[in-house]
Design a protein around this ligand. Structure first.
Ligand code: HEM
Length: 447
């Protein structure tokens, strides 16, 4: 048992963690649906870093606060926490994905995939990324009221497809959206029964997704990288062997090809959707960000470093990711029994690591429910929108550029206002955290 963080692996006689009170059958489902992070923070403040909640008859153990994240980040925690039960659905339907890989297999694949997910992959392609945003802006009419999330999702998927595989999803985009929605609800949330995977809409979407992925893999086998096409994320994996020295399986290649089309679908898109809301809610902040980006674009197309230097823009991005994290908890399953902070967790227990609970603890972020773009970043392990440890987001550097490019260009070229003007975000948890049904009304479009 360590001193600073009190935990140990193995069966112990410690009691089960305290349980949050909830409604009959629903348990805490409404609390989680209406404002997941706030509810978890309140339970943390009441019970400490480990407690149980219940969701429609299923019990979950929640680990929250900085100690919990430090514990979950230790190398030994890899022997405790499994991701397979949460992300294995993609493996069943398409092939092994990085999030469901473990141990040496995961380390090996992650190292291979790092370059295609990196900041330096995105940095030279800013003009192409901007063109995708400009194509969207050029369709906007003054007076039009825009539901931003679908538009942002399409742009992000196009940008990632271009950057990582030189191939946007194009006419297959809606199939990827449908496919990932079913994956989320059936496997990850377990809110839809398995028979939904046998229904015609899902079967159609999956067949279309596979058609595109098979085509991509076949093309990569037939045409090696060179003059006809640049080296990309799929080549990285095809050209080498796995941790056991065997060529990567066809199923792994299909899953690799799928990554760029779904990786940013909910994460980068959801984050940009929240930033667009927050900027138009806090219009004094919008003014500062706009002044900064207009001055930058007046000098020409910005570089990745120029965008990184924008103080107000990056303050707004940081503060939005702190207050409105789109991946608030990470799902895990206990591979083995363990004890944490004097309570036991049995093998097989479903867990949430409440990675973003620290974003709302006043000891790290004073007055935590205030949107303040001048905030300092708290100490290590207190700002975790990209997860933690071995499986932390591989696309964080690339994601940062996507967010900076899209928000800066939208603000520079378009004047929007919130529609309705007094819209107040609620943290709607499903399908992924979102501010609820708001729109942006176009007031002016700059050429
Ligand atoms: C704001 C944008 C993003 C956020 C908030 C985000 C968040 C996350 C989080 C929380 C995880 C860890 C999941 C877990 O441990 O259960 C993760 C993993 C991952 N993300 Fe992101 N992500 C973002 C953008 C992206 C983008 C743009 C890409 C692709 C280029 C990407 C690729 C990945 C990959 C490959 C992993 C798995 C890493 C591994 O298992 O080793 N992400 N992301």
């Amino acid at each position: 048992m360590t001193e600073a963080i009190r935990w140990k692996i193995g069966i112990t006689s410690a009691p089960l963690p305290p349980k949050a009170s909830g409604l009959p059958f629903l348990g805490n489902a409404l609390n989680i649906k209406n404002n997941p992070v706030r509810f978890v923070v309140e339970q943390y403040q009441k019970f400490g870093p480990i407690f149980r909640i219940s969701l429609l008859g299923n019990e979950m153990t929640v680990l929250a606060g900085r100690d919990a994240i430090q514990f979950a980040s230790t190398p030994e925690a890899n022997d405790i926490f499994s991701l397979r039960e949460s992300y294995g659905g993609l493996e069943i339907e398409i092939g092994p994905v990085i999030l469901s890989m473990e141990g040496e297999q995961h380390r090996h694949y992650r190292k291979l995939a790092r370059p295609s997910h990196s900041r330096s992959q995105a940095a030279p392609r800013i003009p192409e990324l901007l063109k995708v945003v400009d194509d969207f802006i050029d369709t906007l009419q003054v007076g039009q009221s825009v539901d931003m999330l679908p538009a942002i999702r399409r742009m992000i998927s196009t940008q990632l497809g271009m950057m990582m595989l030189n191939q946007p999803a194009g006419e297959y985009f809606d199939d990827f959206v449908k496919f990932s929605t079913y994956m989320l609800f059936v496997y990850q949330f377990q809110m839809w029964p398995k028979f939904m995977l046998k229904t015609p809409p899902f079967k159609r979407a999956k067949a279309r997704v596979l058609e595109m992925l098979e085509g991509l893999v076949e093309y990569h086998h037939r045409v090696p990288p060179g003059n006809e096409r640049p080296h990309d994320a799929l080549d990285e994996i095809m050209e080498t062997v796995d941790a056991m020295g065997n060529p990567y399986s066809h199923a792994t290649l299909l899953a690799t090809a799928m990554g760029p089309y779904i990786a940013g679908m909910d994460t980068a898109s959801g984050t940009i959707n929240f930033i667009a809301y927050a900027l138009h809610k806090y219009t004094d902040v919008l003014g500062k960000v706009r002044d900064e980006v207009v001055a930058l674009y007046d000098k020409g197309i910005p570089s990745a470093d120029d965008l990184k230097d924008l103080v107000a823009l990056n303050g707004a991005i940081f503060e939005t990711m702190r207050m409105y994290p789109v991946v608030p908890f990470l799902p895990r399953t206990a591979k083995t029994a363990f004890e944490f902070n004097g309570y036991r967790v049995d093998a097989g227990a479903d867990l949430f690591i409440a990675t973003t609970s620290t974003h709302f603890l006043p000891e790290y972020y004073p007055d935590p429910y205030r949107f303040d773009i001048t905030r300092e970043r708290g100490p290590a392990n207190t700002f975790n929108p990209y997860g933690f440890g071995m499986h932390s987001c591989l696309g964080a550097g690339m994601g940062e550029i996507l967010i900076q490019v899209m928000i800066s260009r939208l603000i520079q070229r378009v004047k929007f206002e919130l529609d309705p003007k007094d819209f107040e975000a609620t943290m709607v948890a499903i399908p992924v955290p979102n501010p609820g049904k708001y729109r942006l009304k176009v007031l002016e479009v700059r050429k």
